[in-house]
Design a protein around this ligand. Structure first.
Ligand code: PHE
Ligand code: ZN
Length: 864
């Protein structure tokens, strides 16, 4: 077992206000690795410099390590001590050379932090605090060092030896071993260190930068996976060109390598010049990856590549500034993806993701601001708030500044902070300086948690008179922040005429900066309908008094595609909430709006597919004071059935639009597939007699995973026995492909059948299930946690199952366990009986002996 953080005393809280600059700097670092999966020797030589006048000893982080030797300026010393995972070395002068040696066992590293083994290869993961599990070092992002690295390993087992930067030399080490040296000329924090030793093949290409330098690109995978790397490589080249064109950022080394591994805690990691990826964000071919997977791969490849500037060249001063690199980089990758296809559909997907993951976080026990004030375990702060709300903050500033000033501001930021560990404040100050705009109040977005709620009501004096828009805002209390100040909310607004359907005003950007405000529009000649928060210009909840008829009107006439989608969603949401609360609802307005959207030939198919999809059960639950999962499920099924039956002809027509064969990954074809599969879902919901046959035929003849998985998903929630056949066929066909087997587990975990919870419990005993692989754990345990009805069964079986899995997973991989906890923390949103059952499981988790601080922090906060 390999857990350092047994919780005995009250956990240590790290506070942002306690930040102090490092006492010692490390301008140069030389590392020599003698690789052996069971016993790897790491020899480190650090040049250290006293930072300012003080008499503190050198203090190096080294989680769970004991040095085999400590050498100062070439002389072995023994006046060092290790205390609380830190090595203290007293030093007399201002500059010294320090050598340490440690031995570590990558093949026993189940946390997947530091140096670990995956599929027989050896790799690293250092962000945020993994480097201290490899060697002694000031493991904090504001200590930037130049690294040179020598790797020695068995040539047959590890023919490929990679590290950051550029390759320098390689050679034979005798006794079947070989070595390679890598040199990274750019000073970097330890969290960006990486190495890989493995038996890998490479898909190579090159990219010529704007200034004419040739960069060698390589994607390294197991030989069998090589044919599935072209899409990622293509996305990498598109990303490189995009960052030059849109942000003026050029790549800076001669090589850029990406390695894919099957065991990875997150999506991917931006190590300088050597990105390491979860294989699910690299490997794709039509037979095994969905359109959604293809999109995800391009987005993550772009994201990690963009970090070379937003994260690596300009890095973070401390981990409280995490959103400085993550929020900005997500904003950048969203812009990239928007440019590859439909920007409107991309925005809709991003907002849906924000509402599914970030809004619940912001209204629950784990709510924190985009720049948090404290943490126990930094790994718990790689959240939707830091990433996705952080991206929304950047987007709002870009909206307030306008494109020209925003670009000037990012240029200033990259230029001024190149090679520096910066703060969120530095970023905002550049936005102000380049634009001359005052963002004092805007800064509250960084410090105040919680999703602002905006009320909007529009009154009109009939007969060509004045229209008055009353806006209000309220930021709800969050843990540790009972009282909030009004924020600066950029709201794009436009009025449309109810009779003509034409716009009555231009689009305006309203900067709502107080608790309430009134905006007057003169000479409004017909009854106006309000379009607000167009493009989702601010990440807020809008509470408006627009009638179902007005929402339906906007879904037909609004010229902003997001607002049009939003009007439809709001209409459906109001219908579903009424259905859940009252047991029945009037479906007519929603049915008519869906019909009109399907009938409109001018709309892009991908947009139509998004617009006619019902809000998720969880999102409906978020609107209610107490979530009733059964009532929500029934209301949603009723509306789905009605939409399916009443519009059956239209769904059949949409379904008959034959897809292109063979598979083509293009925005057009993606949109067609999406709409077709949405249509299949509605036909199944309608209970048409041939629904299962249609799905099963699609399952069998599909030449791509998008259609095959969509058909499987439909079958898996049905009562038809064809679902058993389809699951067997799918399993046998892909038994040797772990990424596709994840889909097999996930699809069943998301089933809406009554027996879903029992099926999930049985699948946890399946020979292919393991908690040791994070993707597999997420595909079953993570997916089950978002299956609102199954997870929240009244008997509490879902809660017990999740707690059992988390307790077991925590012993292997605390980071991944802690990530899966949030569904249990939502007890306040449910009735008393469920709340008691959830709390019981949280208490059981907290009481576990030897619990990690990761899971302890999340579970104990969730009980408060
Ligand atoms: N920095 C990575 C990213 O967002 C995420 C990550 C965090 C990966 C921690 C591994 C560990 O691109
Ligand atoms: Zn990132």
């Amino acid at each position: 077992m390999d857990i350092q953080h047994a919780v005995a005393q009250p956990p240590l809280v790290i506070r942002r206000e306690d930040y102090r600059p490092p006492a010692w700097l490390v301008p140069d670092t030389r590392l020599a690795f003698d690789i052996d999966p069971a016993a790897t020797r790491v020899h480190a030589t650090l040049s250290v410099l006293r930072n300012g006048a003080h008499s503190e000893p050198l203090r190096l982080d080294g989680a769970g390590q004991t040095p085999l030797s400590v050498v100062v300026d070439g002389v072995a010393v023994n006046d060092w001590r290790v205390e609380d995972d830190q090595l203290f070395i007293p030093l007399s002068g201002d500059a010294h050379s320090i050598e340490t040696e440690v031995e570590i066992a990558p093949d026993r590293n189940t946390q997947l932090m530091g140096l670990y083994a995956s599929g027989g290869n050896i790799c690293t993961q250092c962000e945020a605090e993994g480097f201290r599990r490899i060697t002694f070092f000031p493991d904090r992002p504001d200590v930037l060092s130049r690294y040179s690295v020598r790797l020695t390993a068995d040539r047959a087992r590890f023919p490929v030896l990679l590290a950051n930067g550029d390759p320098v030399a390689q050679g034979d080490a005798g006794e079947g071993r070989h070595w390679a040296e890598w040199n990274d000329p750019f000073p970097k924090p330890s969290y960006l260190f990486a190495l890989v030793a493995g038996d890998l093949q490479v898909n190579r290409d090159s990219f010529v930068t704007e200034s004419g330098r040739t960069v060698e690109l390589g994607i390294w995978v197991r030989a069998a996976d090589l044919p599935r790397t072209d899409h990622a490589l293509h996305a990498l080249k598109l990303s490189m060109a995009w960052d030059e064109r849109v942000y003026g950022r050029e790549y800076d080394l001669d090589v850029f390598n990406i390695v894919a591994v099957d065991d990875f805690n997150f999506g991917a990691m931006e190590n300088k010049g050597l990105n390491i990826f979860n294989s699910r964000y690299i490997l794709a071919d039509p037979d095994t990856a969905t359109d959604y997977d293809y999109d995800g791969i391009a987005a993550v490849v772009a994201h990690e590549y963009f970090h070379n500037w937003s994260g690596n060249r300009v890095t973070c001063r401390d981990w409280f500034q995490l959103s400085l690199k993550e929020g900005f980089t997500v904003y950048r990758d969203q812009g990239f993806s928007a440019d590859q296809g439909s920007a409107a559909v991309k925005r809709i997907e991003d907002v849906r993701g924000l509402r599914a993951a970030q809004f619940p976080e912001d209204s629950g026990p784990l709510a924190h601001s985009v720049r948090p004030d404290e943490y126990q375990e930094i790994s718990n702060f790689y959240t939707a708030t830091i990433y996705n709300k952080g991206a929304e903050l950047i987007r709002m500033m870009a909206t307030i500044l306008g494109p020209t000033a925003f670009r000037a501001a990012t240029d200033l930021y990259f230029d001024r902070f190149d090679g520096i560990a910066a703060t969120c404040e530095d970023f905002v100050a550049c936005m102000e300086e380049a634009s001359g705009k005052d963002l004092t109040q805007f800064r509250l977005w960084y410090s105040q948690a919680g999703t602002p709620r905006v009320s909007a009501s529009l009154e009109h004096q009939p007969g060509g008179g004045r229209a008055t828009l009353r806006l209000g805002q309220r930021v709800p209390p969050t843990p540790g922040q009972p009282v909030k100040q009004p924020m600066l909310l950029p709201l794009k607004i436009r009025l449309f005429g109810a009779e003509t359907g034409r716009p009555l005003t231009d689009e305006r950007l309203v900067l709502l900066d107080s608790n309430s405000e009134t905006i007057v529009f003169e000479a409004v000649t017909e009854r106006p309908v309000l379009s607000i928060n167009r493009g989702f210009s601010a990440p807020v909840v809008i509470e408006s008094d627009r009638s179902p008829a007005d929402l339906a009107f906007l879904s037909r006439h609004d010229d902003d595609p997001f607002a049009r989608y939003e009007a439809m969603q709001q209409l459906m949401l109001d219908t579903l909430v009424a259905g859940a609360v009252e047991g029945r609802a009037d479906h007519e307005a929603a049915i008519a709006a869906v019909a009109d959207t399907l009938d409109n030939p001018e709309l892009d198919r991908a947009f139509v597919a998004e617009a006619v999809l019902l809000p998720s059960e969880a999102f409906v639950g978020d609107q209610l004071s107490s979530v009733d999962p059964e009532a929500i499920f029934r209301a949603r099924e009723a509306l789905r059935r009605d939409l399916g039956r009443r519009l059956e002809d239209r769904w059949r027509t949409a379904y008959a639009q034959a897809p292109q064969i063979p598979y083509v990954y293009s925005p057009e074809e993606k949109g067609k597939r999406r709409l077709r599969n949405v249509a299949l879902g509605y036909l199944a919901a309608a209970g048409v007699p041939d629904a299962a046959t249609l799905a099963f035929r699609q399952f069998e003849v599909a030449d791509n995973m998008t259609d095959r998985q969509a058909a499987l998903t439909t079958l898996v929630s049905s009562d038809d026995d064809l679902r058993i056949a389809a699951l067997d066929i799918f399993y046998n066909r892909y038994a040797d492909n772990p990424l596709v087997l994840d889909k097999w587990f996930q699809t069943q975990a998301l089933s809406s059948r009554d027996d879903a919870a029992a099926t999930v419990a049985a699948l946890a005993e399946h020979p292919d299930f393991t908690l040791a692989n994070p993707n597999r754990a997420r595909s079953l345990v993570g997916a089950f946690g978002v299956n609102q009805r199954a997870f929240n069964r009244p008997d509490g079986a879902g809660y017990r199952f999740l707690a059992d899995q988390l307790i077991a997973l925590d012993r292997l991989n605390p980071q991944t366990a802690a990530k899966l906890l949030p569904p249990l923390g939502r007890w306040r949103r449910f009735d008393e009986d469920r709340a008691a059952l959830m709390r019981e499981q949280l208490e059981r988790i907290v009481a576990q002996p030897g619990l990690s601080k990761d899971l302890f922090e999340q579970a104990s906060k969730s009980l408060d």
